[in-house]
Design a protein around this ligand. Structure first.
Ligand SMILES: Cc1cc2nc3c(=O)[nH]c(=O)nc-3n(C[C@H](O)[C@H](O)[C@H](O)COP(=O)(O)O)c2cc1C
Ligand SMILES: Nc1ncnc2c1ncn2[C@@H]1O[C@H](COP(=O)(O)OP(=O)(O)OP(=O)(O)O)[C@@H](O)[C@H]1O
Length: 141
């Protein structure tokens, strides 16, 4: 049984998220997803939706076995509990794979780090939370 972990903010689900999570699920038998706490999202605007709503929506996806809210302070606490064989990063996520491997080793966590593939977005789709919000502002405000 290969356990896989994916993680992200997942604010306003879109086909890019489905692609990432399907790719991650295909790398093992069981997919656990860690949903970032809004308070820890500092590299882009804070999520619009609450921590609980984002977790519930990810948990409802077919490819996901279980979605967990992230830890408020220590990102390795949920990893230690889930004990994955593989962590799959999104194709464009800012985390440095080598630094993550080193940090996992120093915590005594034995797991691989992989990257999901990118996806070509069809012309009629918006596969970006930021772009969906821009479209809403443009059309509804
Ligand atoms: C292995 C790993 C575990 C993580 N665990 C948590 C966590 O427990 N709590 C949290 O708030 N963020 C956690 N994060 C960080 C968020 O998921 C991070 O903000 C996310 O990578 C943002 O991605 P996005 O910009 O694609 O949404 C973790 C990141 C990694 C790489
Ligand atoms: N079009 C896409 N193709 C492949 N993966 C994607 C795509 N869109 C998002 N993802 C993956 O899902 C992860 C989580 O997405 P995230 O919550 O950051 O939303 P986002 O839509 O990329 O956000 P924003 O557009 O506001 O930067 C991303 O880091 C990325 O790896």
């Amino acid at each position: 049984m290969t356990t896989v972990v994916a993680q992200g903010t997942f604010d306003i689900l879109h086909p890019g998220h489905v692609h990432y999570l399907s790719d991650a699920a295909a790398m093992g038998d069981q997919l656990h997803v860690i949903v970032a706490r809004g308070g820890n999202v500092t590299h882009k605007p804070k999520p619009v939706l609450s921590d609980g709503q984002r977790r519930r929506m990810v948990d409802a996806l077919d490819v996901v076995d279980e979605a967990h809210l992230g830890h408020p302070e220590d990102i390795f606490v949920p990893i230690e509990r889930i004990d994955p064989d593989v962590i799959v990063l999104g194709y464009d996520q800012h985390h440095d794979e080598e630094r993550l491997r080193t940090a996992l080793q120093s915590r005594g966590i034995d797991c691989r780090v992989e990257r999901a593939s990118a996806r070509d977005t069809p012309a009629d789709e918006l596969a970006s939370t930021g772009r969906i919000i821009d479209r809403i502002v443009e059309r509804r405000c």
